[in-house]
Design a protein around this ligand. Structure first.
Ligand code: ADP
Length: 319
């Protein structure tokens, strides 16, 4: 099938750089002579028919803005074939031949569902969690990492002045990249994430050891791993430090995308359009060995814990 009209959507959790990726899809599509349509609010907009044609000017000045200017939403019912059938009818109404789906693993599952029903789809990884297997980086991870590092640096200043232990919760419930990379970049004493698990005895031993030579300590914890208030109580009772907790939360999702995320969004947007023109479907754009390529979405949904464990080995040598 010759692709003439493509749709683009962002879905699931937002990530800085998504807007730059949308812009790249639009500009690349237009440069190849395609018509490009916005599908607002992810799969919800596809289901509701919230679709509009985009032009060159529609995406002016979008590279540097945070969030996603197409909006995002969650529509759990998209798992049901009958809901996807309604969405596909709406695509047909606009003669949209193929769709670029920007988001995380849930978004990829939605794209796969469409592909299996005959709609060509290509995924672009947009998530701060970096939890997509098969790509070294996802759009938004670098910006979120820089935000987390900036916050931890600030907490370190006050923690050192008061001889405290800062316990800082970062995002990434299913993937410890944000936690481990933040820990390496800030010189933290300890990191707890899905891949490392929590060994309380080891944690307390490490903090007690560092108390012999340092006037503060930093523990980075990925969300959903442990109640950080309980952890703070343990550290305050069983080490020389008084512990304080901070949850970075959604601040990690916001802000202007970093230069790196913008560049990657540009490269991935162009690649996604080219993949659709070549007739690819059910694939996603990835970075492997620094090169942009495509892989089947099914491979991108596999477990990536071994990659994080390699990075954790680096962290464990830096204490
Ligand atoms: P993310 O893409 O950031 O992982 P979600 O997991 O919330 O975010 O998924 C985003 C959306 O993708 C969901 O709200 C739903 O519409 C769609 N989706 C998720 N899982 C599936 C699935 N198994 N089949 C079809 N669509 C899905």
């Amino acid at each position: 099938m010759i692709v003439k009209r493509i749709g683009v959507l962002t879905s699931g959790g937002d990530a800085p750089g998504m807007s730059a990726a949308i812009r790249a899809v639009v500009r690349a599509g237009l440069s190849y002579g395609l018509e490009v349509y916005a599908i607002y609010n992810g799969y919800l907009g596809m289901y509701e028919g919230n679709i509009e044609r985009l032009y060159r000017k529609s995406v002016s000045d979008k590279t540097r803005i945070g969030g996603t200017f197409l909006g995002t939403a969650r529509l759990p019912e998209f798992k049901e074939e009958s809901v996807r059938e309604v969405a596909i009818e709406n695509l047909k109404h606009y003669d949209i031949d193929a769709v670029v789906c920007i988001g995380g693993d849930g978004t990829y599952r939605g794209a796969l569902g469409l592909h299996e029903m005959g709609i060509p789809t290509v995924g672009i990884p947009g998530t701060i969690d970096n939890d997509i297997s098969g790509t070294e980086f996802t759009i938004g991870f670098d910006t979120a990492l820089n935000t987390a590092v900036e916050c931890v640096d600030k907490l370190r200043d006050t923690s050192a002045s008061h001889r405290r232990c800062s316990i800082i919760e970062v995002m990434g419930r299913n993937c410890g990249d944000l936690a481990v990379w933040t820990a390496i970049a800030t010189g933290a004493e300890y990191v707890v994430c899905k891949e490392t698990g929590l060994d309380m005895e080891d944690l307390l031993n490490t903090i007690n050891k560092s108390a012999l030579s340092k006037n503060h300590a930093i523990i980075i914890v990925a969300e959903n791993m442990v109640d950080i208030n309980y952890l703070a109580k343990e550290v305050s009772e069983k080490t020389p430090f008084q512990a304080r907790t901070s949850v970075l939360g959604h601040i990690q999702r916001g802000g202007k995308p970093s230069a790196r995320d913008r560049v990657m969004a540009g490269e991935m947007g162009v690649k996604a359009v080219e993949a659709l023109i070549e007739g690819q479907s059910g694939v996603c754009v990835c970075i492997q060995d620094g090169k942009i390529c495509t892989r089947p979405i099914k491979e991108a949904l596999q477990d990536k814990s071994s990659v994080i464990k390699d990075k954790y080995k680096v962290f464990s040598r830096l204490g």
